[in-house]
Design a protein around this ligand. Sequence first.
Ligand code: SAM
Length: 252
Amino acid sequence: MQSLKDIFKTDLKIEKDGEYIDFLKCTLKKYGFNLEDQQILDLIIFLKFLLEENEKYNLTSIKKFEEMIYKHIIDSLLMLKVVEFKSSFSFLDIGTGAGFPSTPIAIAKKDVKVTQLDSSKKKVEFLKQVNKMLSLKIISLNERAENLAKKEEYREKFNIVTARAVAKLNILSELCLPFVEVGGFFVALKGPEYLEDLELAKKSINILGGKVEKVESFEIEENKRNIIVIKKISHSSTKYPRSFSKISKNPL
Ligand code: SAM
């Protein structure tokens, strides 16, 4: 296994790379994820690069390495416990930001076809560098979800669509469900206050052809996380998504 010092020849701010690798390895094990050494190293390289670039551009508000492991890596991988990611499945992450949850999932599940979408150019540029650095076959797109969902090549073409920390569920449903193929899933990652959010979103989920299949709850170092799985049971009308101002001012 290459060491971080080989990879980052310049100023290495994470000095005790062995310690970080061990911490990540133990934490992954504790939460039931068995990754190979190379995958663990890829995750470390990704976080290291994110920490470095975060000093230039504001990519994430989480800046401590340990916190990143819990709130970014473990939290992203939790999805794998809730929905089956079959090889060759297509997976779309809307409002991916600095690559969460999709980059950790792409590292853990190399066979899944991952697409990332974000309206921020600098975040997508960062992600393209990560993909190149780690030879990940992710497609990273700089677009708004409500525009891309109108394009034939993306509409109802994904087995699994997700979004974390992007908007309330009633807004997210209109942005995400049009991308999900019938029979596929929209998986929303939410915090402790998910029930009210879900109640408010039931109408829009129904209008867009979804049905809540299950909610699974987890605790990561005392933080409650809820994963809502919505199955697409019928096509979404081509009326949706509307423009973002209409969606946010007047959610379904
Ligand atoms: N999902 C990441 C995470 O959990 O760390 C990033 C969350 S960040 C708070 C929300 C991201 O959603 C931002 O990067 C923003 O640019 C993006 N975003 C918001 N509305 C969007 C839209 N309509 N289409 C695409 N991206 C959007």
